[in-house]
Design a protein. Structure first.
Length: 369
């Protein structure tokens, strides 16, 4: 596409309930939306999944805005008539900033696919129309509150439950949830809250038949995860550590992860995600699609990705109602624990422009020279 301009907006949406993790509590979801407009009138949308503060990953919303304006967009504007498949290579000289890069590539891909009348799913290699949904449950204020929240999700039909854990909130909540729901697929996510001194403690999760434990140690401690994986019964699955195809390849070779969680923002986009997916399929490694509390815009593309054949585990691809009272697209409504993969061109969902306008705090249009 021949890019005319890119609009970057910052929006803020209240969450239906606070989401507490080992790195903090979110009450709102603040994020950037990108709209790329081409000279022939086409347009494409994406969301940048970075959070307000660099607590989950080094990126954060206003940092993403800065790197987009200062470096990524000017580099892209050097070339007329660009295809999404070329974006990563053009942005490669700028190190890191996967979430900002992913947002740019995704908006261009949306515009390109809309222009060609192809859905994200068919472009990425979708193999099914429905995907199985899991849900991520924050750290609760009490065991009673946890049981109530898990109970709600189970009654809504979620096919897998993920509990956020941290030191002081781990074995006991897992034991109780497992006791009440003996056969529900269950996993935990520590968001780096443990250290190499905790291997013994984490083996206390062994009796509860967990699908996996996500990112127990620091994102840079890949070898620690390999050590831990040798001594505990629960399969180890990296999240924060996997920032690229190369990181996934190496973590698999080191047996620091035996299951892969793909988050397109974290790895730099949907094209990199497909490469990681293909690597896992070749190596017979189970894959699931992570989430970043996305709005319908990011969710639509994630659901398309999650419909590729290697995504054999339910993802953190929950219904819109899990996150927001009102979404910024036609809401994703779960039916029997599943969501339907959008079939329309591009991300394939209708965008609620009026509502986006209402919740926009800043907007800036950057025009190509
Ligand atoms: O670690 O998977 C994570 C949300 C924000 C940042 C990191 C994580 C999460 C989640 C929720 O666990 C996933 C979702 O439902 O979008
Ligand atoms: Mg995680």
């Amino acid at each position: 596409m021949d890019i005319k301009s890119v609009e970057i907006r910052s929006i803020e949406l209240p969450l239906v309930r606070p989401f507490r993790t080992s790195f903090g509590t979110q009450h709102h979801r603040e994020l950037l939306l990108l709209e790329v407009t081409s000279r022939d009138g086409g347009s494409g949308w994406s969301e940048c999944v970075a959070m307000s503060e660099p607590l989950y990953s080094p990126e954060y919303t206003s940092g993403c805005q800065d790197v987009l304006e200062r470096f990524l967009l000017p580099a892209l504007f050097q070339k007329r008539d660009i295809r999404a498949e070329e974006v990563a290579e053009i942005l490669k000289p700028f190190l890191g900033h996967q979430m900002a890069k992913a947002a740019l590539e995704t908006a261009i891909l949306d515009a390109q696919l809309k222009d060609e009348g192809i859905s994200f799913g068919s472009y990425l290699g979708s193999s099914r129309e429905l995907i199985n949904c899991g849900v991520s449950v924050g750290i609760a204020n009490s065991i009673d509150e946890l049981i109530a929240e898990v109970g709600l999700y189970v009654s809504e039909g979620y096919r897998r439950i993920k509990l956020k854990i941290e030191p002081g909130w781990d074995i006991e909540p897992v034991r109780i949830v497992r006791d009440i729901w003996p056969s529900i697929p269950l996993q935990v996510d520590a968001n780096q809250a443990y250290t190499r001194a905790d291997y013994g403690h984490l083996s206390g999760l062994d009796p509860y038949d967990l699908l996996l434990i996500e990112q127990p140690l620091d994102e840079h401690d890949v070898l620690g995860h390999a050590e831990l994986a040798r001594v505990i019964g629960t399969p180890v699955c990296l999240d924060e550590s996997i920032t690229s195809f190369e990181a996934a390849r190496d973590a698999l070779a080191l047996k620091a992860t035996t299951i892969i969680n793909i988050k397109p923002g974290r790895v730099g986009g949907y094209l990199e995600s497909v490469k990681i997916h293909d690597l896992c399929v070749e190596n017979d490694i189970a894959v699931w699609c992570g989430g970043m509390l996305e709005t319908g815009i990011g969710r639509a593309a994630n659901i398309a990705l999650a419909s590729l054949p290697g995504f054999t585990l339910p993802g953190d691809t929950s219904a819109s109602s899990r996150y927001f009272h009102r979404d910024i697209t036609t809401p994703f409504v779960m039916n029997d624990g599943q969501l339907r993969v959008p079939q329309g061109p591009g991300i394939g969902v209708a965008i609620d422009y009026d509502f986006i306008e209402e919740i926009t705090s800043t907007r800036k249009v950057i025009s190509a020279p």
